[in-house]
Design a binder for this molecule. Structure first.
Ligand code: AMP
Length: 300
């Protein structure tokens, strides 16, 4: 079994849906991704929090077996994101983003993390993703997630990053924004031209697409009756996928399809509760049983 390094935002999230409002939940791309990856393999977390970061959230990381030697505590405010969902829960608006201690943060990867074979650059500023990648020694698989903000504000840095990774994860609107093509198949090809061997497009309730050399794989999403809060679903997806890949023998090529399916399953749990409430109570058996259910539903 290999381990996964996860770097990204470690945040406090205040989330409003048409039905409920929850302030200062544990959130951030790295928190969701690390907990998801932790279901399958050991995780080394790199992040930064301020002095307002509740100790119970640190305990949650520990309970999930996440190594927090790379979680820096700085004086100041923790990164705080707040967002509001529309009635259909697909569209959301960012109400505010307070960078706090993440602003100007220069990540330091502990020596004990530097040889971690699986590297997940969860969504955050591309210069921080670069800085972490610069400190890693011969990773086996590097996957990056990103968002529209970086395409609009730091595109050159992002393009330089995309060249350095094995796989890029985007959602369908980001694929369009990045390439200028609204057809997802064409957009995927254009992203390959930017460098990555694999392109993974998240399509929310419609699952995900994997495009690799000579292959296209379509994964369904687990059909949920009730969506409580989709925040972090994308991060849980990619975290679950990386955790699964690191847990398997035989290299990532062989296991990518299954990894994507396990990622969609962990993401489905994430959507069933606010923040990490639901994901935090999930067990390996629950993941396996839902995976088998999805398999039965999609076999033909
Ligand atoms: P997702 O729902 O997968 O898009 O991820 C939501 C998570 O991304 C939330 O927990 C936020 O804390 C985090 N997030 C929002 N904006 C940013 C940003 N600019 N940089 C890093 N993380 C962010």
């Amino acid at each position: 079994m290999s381990s996964v390094l996860v770097v990204g935002s470690t945040a406090l999230d205040s989330i409003k849906t048409p039905y409920q409002e929850n302030p200062r939940l544990l959130g951030g791309s790295a928190s969701h991704a690390a907990v998801a990856a932790g279901f399958f393999s050991p995780v080394n977390l790199v992040g930064v929090v301020g002095d307002d970061f509740p100790s119970e959230y640190v305990e949650l990381y520990k309970r999930h077996g996440i190594n927090i030697d790379g979680l820096e505590h700085k004086s100041g405010q923790t990164f705080h994101w707040s967002g509001e969902y529309e009635v259909n829960m697909n569209n959301r608006e960012t109400l505010s983003t307070i960078l706090g201690v993440i602003e100007g943060w220069q990540p330091k990867v502990p020596d004990s993390y530097k040889k971690t074979p699986y590297v997940l650059l969860a969504n955050m500023a591309p210069d921080v993703q670069h800085a972490v990648l610069d400190q890693m020694e011969n990773p086996e698989l590097v996957v990056a997630d990103t968002m529209d903000l970086w395409m609009n504000t730091t595109k050159d840095e992002l393009l330089r990053l995309i060249k350095r990774v094995d796989a890029l994860v985007v959602n369908d609107s980001e694929a369009q924004l990045l390439t200028g093509y609204d057809n997802v198949v064409v957009a995927t090809k254009k992203i390959h031209d930017l460098g990555p061997k694999y392109v993974i497009v998240k399509k929310g309730e419609h699952g995900a697409i994997l495009s690799g050399p000579n292959e296209l794989f379509i994964a369904p999403a687990y059909p949920l009756e009730k969506l409580v809060d989709p925040t972090g679903a994308g991060d849980s997806f990619v975290g679950g996928m990386m955790g699964y890949l690191a847990s398997r023998e035989g290299g990532h090529e062989k296991n990518l399809r299954k990894g994507i399916v396990y990622g969609t399953i962990v993401a489905s749990f994430c959507c069933e509760g606010f923040g990490l409430h639901r994901t935090g109570e999930v067990t390996g058996e629950m993941i396996e049983s839902r995976t088998q259910e999805l398999k039965k539903m999609s076999e033909w």
